[in-house]
Design a binder for this molecule. Sequence first.
Ligand SMILES: [Zn+2]
Ligand SMILES: [Zn+2]
Length: 336
Amino acid sequence: MKAMVLHKPAPVETFPLKYEDYPTPKPGKGEVLIKVISCGVCHSNLHMIEGDWVRMGVPAKLPIIPGHEIIGKIDELGKGVESFKEGDIVGAQPLWSACGRCDYCITGNEHLCNSVQITGETVDGGYAEYFLAKADYIYRIPENIDPETSSPLFCPGVTAYRASKLANLGPNKKVYVIGIGGVGHVALQTSKLFGSEVIAVSTSEAHAKLAEEMGADEVVMAKRDYSNLSEHFGKGDSVIVFSPNQKAIDAAVNIVKKQGTLVVGVFGNINDFRFTKEIIVKGSVIGPRKDMKEVLELASKGLIRLKVTKFKLQEANEVLKKLKDGEIIGRAVLIP
Ligand SMILES: [Zn+2]
Ligand SMILES: [Zn+2]
C-alpha cells in the first residue's frame, strides 16, 4: 500500500513524511483491516512529526505512519470478529486499544489505561491507504454521516465533547472556550448542548469568524497576551482551554469565577494558583468509547458540525505546514 511514512522526526519544512510503498498489514485475531476513506490532520501529529514529544517516548517506533482520526471501509476481517462485516463503514480514534483489565478499563475510563496503545503514535495510523484496527475499538458510522468529511469526529469531536462534559456546564452558566481551532470549533458546540452561554475566544480573525458560524453566543478577539478577556463579558463559571499557549492558560485562571471549573486540554502550567478562589482544575484528554459513541449519535442528529477542508494524502507535509502557520480553518483531512 501507499502511505505517508515518518522515518525520522524533523521540522515539517523539511518534508519529513515520505510517500512510499509500505507493507499492507494482515488482520490477526480480533482485528480488522480498514481501507481508509479519510484521516484528519491533528496538531498532535505535528508535535510528533517534528520531534517535540521524543522525550515522552512518542513516536514509540520508527518508521511510523501518523494519523489518528480515521474513517474507512472494512476490507478484511481477522479471526473471531463477529460484530462487523466486510464493507461496513467504521471509524477509529486515538485510543487504538487498552488492557481491558485494569481499574481504569473496568470503570469505563479505558482512555487512561497505563497500557494504552495510541493510533499513529505507538502503532501505525491513518495517513495511508489501509489501517489495521482492533474490532473492539472501532465504531460503526451512522448512514447519514459523510465518511470523507467526518473523520475529525474521532479526535476533535470526542476531545471537545469530553471537555464540555467535565466542565460542570448547565443552564444559566457562562463558559469561555479559548482557542477555536480543530477542537475548539467543536467544543463551543458541545458546550452549548449542555445549555450554557458560550463565549468563544481567539487571537485570529479567521478563527473568530468560524466561532460565529458555529453558533457561539459571543466572540472575543483576544489580544496576543489575552489581557482583555474579562473586559466585555465578566468572569466565567467555566473555562475550557484548547489554545496551545501558556498565556491562554494564565488568562483562563484569572477569568474563572470563584468555585468555577477550569478544563485544560493542552500542555502547560497552572501559574498563580489561588487556593482562596476554590476553583477546580481538570485535565481532559480524548475520551473513552462511551463518549465516542455519544458523539456519533449527536453528529447523526446534526448537533455537531465540522468545518473541514479536503486534501490529497500526498499533500500531508504541506497541510501540516499550513496547520503550523495557523492557516487551517477548522480541520484538514487527507483523502488517499
Ligand atoms: Zn488528534
Ligand atoms: Zn487498562
